[in-house]
Design a binder for this molecule. Structure first.
Ligand code: FES
Length: 86
């Protein structure tokens, strides 16, 4: 099974697969096959979604650029040295 992270339009981020959710101390919070993590910040069960986004009218539908798309940002230059010519 391929692990999958999906941003649900106007809702949570859903993780499907073999994930361990750990806190900042490395303690396992849960080990499940499906997580729905809150993106709106309104859940009473953070970091999990409790569907509060539905009543709040949360709106967010980000789209990632396609892999290999020319619109991908070029890496930032970290040097003043000109790139070698080809
Ligand atoms: S995304 Fe569902 S409660 Fe925040």
């Amino acid at each position: 099974m391929t692990n999958k992270v999906q941003i649900i339009d106007n809702g949570p981020m859903q993780l499907t697969g073999e994930f361990e959710l750990v806190d900042d101390n490395g303690q396992i919070v849960r080990a499940r096959k499906i997580y729905r993590l809150c993106r709106c910040g309104l859940s009473a069960r953070l970091p999990f979604c409790d569907s509060s986004h539905e009543h709040a009218g949360f709106s967010s539908s980000p789209r990632a650029p396609q892999c290999g798309h020319s619109a991908d940002p070029a890496p930032a230059s970290t040097s003043n040295t000109p790139a070698p010519s080809q």
